[in-house]
Design a binder for this molecule. Structure first.
Ligand code: ZN
Length: 441
């Protein structure tokens, strides 16, 4: 059919996340990919280099990529980011609601131009590959073409939605309820689970649009995402608004509003969820609703975050609420999930919360996200049978007696002052066994 080899064999140090507590690290490892349908490659072997070589050298049709002591690890899933906020991520963030109205919303209105949106999508697509992100849940602007442009440009597995804004929003970003719902019908019927119903958050999306939008998107098995309890200010604002909305007068919490609109489900991803009441935690758990935790966005102002507080991941685990890590560009300042993992580990350590290990951070940036998107059978790590989606990172030598967590720390960690380096950290990105980014080009 073409001259692609049947087998590709990659040699290096292989990092393969398993769960919160385990991660396989294969020194002098070998990863064998086999060409399949559509010339996509899947993992047919992961283990020692010697065995991998034995396997492929029996066949004529193979190539070997020897990376020495460089690292191979799965690509990232970033479970909450706004692809249309790339240029406001470093604007002053004294207050969430002010940052939104002063910088973010005016900027998002530029995506009204189809040309602007298409060009930005192409540029952003390259930025994602450069930091090694190959999937996730994404917010676009209100404009339906900002969803199509992203889905057509991004390499990987994404669910993307246009933010629905029908009230309490500036004129230039307000859509009629009718137009909002017809965009949901059009996009969810076209993109199915690659479409994500995206009420921006309760203040800007009428309950009618949330509940009707959910009914429409459910037919097509689309995902749902929105923001929940990011700051205390915001919670007060939301509750004071809804007190005056018919049949919502008695809602007792932020989550209750979404619940009443039928938004909670195992296909729903709530961004942030920092300040939840015990009752809200319980409801998150019984409805199997997921959380996208965005540590760099929630970090203190001096770390370029919004200072929203620290997510209680232990509580989520105790309550059986599934969560994964996310960059929240532009609330978060950097797109790299390495920076997100670093922030998760560092912030918890500073607050003396134990258990925020690099092993956990890695799992929550890869396989946990794939699971949330119900893609873990073929994505999320480098187990046999999954697509060959991985990154190549600089060489790290082993130290005798070192724990896996300490090895990951040395391999991934950049001090707070050198965070920018993360955007140029990945050497190569491979998707389905094909090189889609190389730092050298
Ligand atoms: Zn967000």
């Amino acid at each position: 059919m073409d001259n692609l080899p049947l087998y590709k064999c990659f040699l290096g140090t292989i990092i393969n996340p398993v769960n919160d507590r385990h991660c396989n690290i294969v020194r002098k490892g070998g990863l064998v990919l086999k060409r399949g349908k559509n010339s996509d490659y899947k993992v047919s072997f992961i283990g020692k280099a010697q065995e991998a070589l034995k396997l492929v050298q029996r066949r004529e049709d193979h190539v070997i990529h020897d990376y020495g002591q460089k690292i191979l690890m799965p690509g990232f899933f970033d479970m909450h980011f706004h692809w249309v906020q790339d240029d406001v991520r470093l604007m002053p963030k004294d207050n969430l609601l002010t940052w939104l109205s002063k910088y973010t919303w005016p900027y998002e209105s530029k995506f009204k131009s189809k040309k602007f949106s298409k060009n930005k999508a192409k540029q952003f697509s390259r930025e994602l590959l450069q930091v090694g992100t190959l999937g996730g849940a994404v917010y676009a602007s209100i404009h339906p073409h900002s969803v199509s442009d992203a889905l057509e440009s991004f390499v990987g597995n994404y669910t993307i939605g246009n933010v629905l804004m029908t009230m309490n929003s500036p004129d230039y970003l307000t859509m009629s309820e009718k137009k909002s719902l017809s965009s949901v019908e059009e996009l969810s019927s076209k993109y199915k689970s690659s479409y994500c119903l995206t009420p921006r958050f309760a203040p800007t999306t009428s309950p009618y649009v949330m509940s009707e939008g959910r009914k429409i998107s459910k037919k097509y098995n689309s995902f749902v995402q929105t923001h929940l309890s990011e700051t205390k200010n915001e919670i007060e604002y939301v509750l004071s608004l809804y007190k005056n909305i018919k049949s919502f007068e008695k809602v007792d919490s932020y989550l209750d509003i979404y619940d009443k609109c039928g938004l909670l489900s195992s296909k729903t991803i709530m961004g942030h969820a920092i300040h939840l009441t015990p009752k809200e935690w319980k409801r998150m758990s019984t409805s199997k609703t997921n959380i996208a935790h965005c540590p760099t966005s929630n970090a203190p102002l001096k770390e370029k975050g919004l200072g929203s507080g620290l997510f209680d991941f232990k509580k989520a685990d105790r309550m059986g609420v599934n969560w994964a890590l996310a960059s929240d560009i532009g609330g978060g300042p950097f797109l790299s999930m390495f920076d997100v993992m670093r922030s998760f580990v560092d912030q918890n350590k500073r607050k003396k919360v134990t258990g925020a290990t690099w092993i956990r951070a890695l799992y929550r940036s890869t396989l946990a996200g794939a699971k949330m998107l119900t893609l873990s059978k073929e994505y999320g790590n480098l187990d046999v049978g999954k697509f060959g989606n991985f990154l190549i990172l600089p060489e790290v030598k082993f130290k005798k007696g070192e724990s896996k967590n300490d090895f990951l720390k040395r391999a991934f960690h950049r001090p707070l002052k050198r965070r920018e380096e993360y955007s140029n950290f990945v050497l190569e990105t491979w998707y389905k066994g094909k090189k889609v980014y190389s730092k050298l080009i």
